[in-house]
Ligand binder design. Sequence first.
Ligand code: NGO
Length: 523
Amino acid sequence: MGRTRIGLLLGVAALLLTGMTGSAGRRPPPSGTTLSSVIPAPAEVVPAPSAPFELTASTVITATGAARPVADRLAAALRPATGFPLPVRAAGSGGIDLRLNATADPWIGDEGYRLEVGDAGVALRANRPAGLFAGVQTVRQLLPPAIEAMSVRRERWTIPAGVIRDRPRYAYRGAMLDLARHFHPPADVKRFIDEISRFKINYLHLHLADDQGWRIEIDGWPRLTTVGGGPGTGVRGIGGGFLTQDDYRDLVRYAADRFVTIVPEIDMPGHVNAAQVAYPELTCDGVAPRPRIDIRVGYSSLCTGKEVTYRFAEDVIRQLAALTPGPYLHIGGDEAMSTAHPDYVAFEQRVLPLVARYGKTAYGWHEIAAAPAATGAVIQYWAVTRDRPEVAAAAAAGAKVVLSPADRAYLDMQYDLLTPGGLHWAGTIEVRTAYDWDPGSWARGVPASAVLGVEAPLWSETLRDYGEVEFQAFPRLAAIAELAWSPWSTHDWISFRDRLGAYGERWTRRGVHFYRSPQIRWS
Ligand code: NGO
């Protein structure tokens, strides 16, 4: 019997089965989803004893003005599994109502929301569209996991009754993807954006250049991408590819539609071998180094004494700034082991202000704290030790800090020594290790008020395929997202473990390749 014939028979059998259980009185029972199932944990949750709201074929979503695109996206997300039309209208009652500026609740700020669910309707309120979008992510998680199905499912589409009032702990909730070691094409970056925005992550840092490859087109420096990003670049020579500026603009727009801001990074003055292969004048002796496809670090350096270095840096910074609507531009600065310390400081003293000249706040790995100009920058703390006096000093002088301790937040570390993919130089990171730390008090001497947020970097030395990216990121990214969004008062491993266990079914339904950690009881 042919494949299609079997498929047909299975389809008919499925139809008969759903038909048998499909009468209104014998619908499946409500899922175990409660108002407290949400990741990241909301700030305030007050369940109500009343009946849940039930989404039906006649439910209408209402929104006007800037709330409208958010409502359209919600409707589009709920249609495939429910099969309901879910029209979005300007007015109506008894459905899901999204409204801006209706709460007069300054507590929720720009990214928070208030969600009230009763059997008669759902009211989602926010001061800004970003808050509505965050609330929509909560609503999606309050529906049964089958809502993630890509085809119609029979289910009672209930949302538990009660009130959630929510806002983020930190303004910066980030994930990073390394496109340099292995290039990941725009379609994969978009899938990643879809997944991270579910957890209210609002920044995606793209590591766009490193020793093994250069991944963003820069006008006036064509060989950066034709040579530095071409076939044969990347780790093992199999990670070639680059983004044109149009690709990049498209990604920026796609992310912005999901309230994610892209932070571009060009790493300098180290991690520049690919640029030097393309433009040998960026080395001190003018001789092109050999292309590198291994994963060693710390051997390359821009020539800090040459003016061409600063013309290059300024061209790159100017163009990236023009492509970036967000406030931050990352200039790397890590592991410049081949740059003499005074040269490193002199380089940063010239380059950090260049970022400001083009209207952006400079962002760099914590080594930049050695430069006095870093007090106006955002410093990304990636150490495995909790003591970095130079970061504490810069923070005391005004710098902001994003926490990405490699032994907690690096998504490229292996879960344990047996899991495939990833590195383990900073140790192994199981889900609980990723979850159980407080970004607000992690780096000694860095006051809580200097912490801008948390970011989970995913370096791609071992990650060729998008499935491998997902496996490293999930479920740990959910843990980091909770650290970044939820108030510390909600922090509770047992609660997180149980919510994550229930969440797994949603990833499964969406086809996300995640690590089924033995620490979690997956539903
Ligand atoms: C380090 C290094 C990167 C590696 C990564 C791998 C930083 C900031 N620099 O983190 O080049 O890819 O580890 O985990």
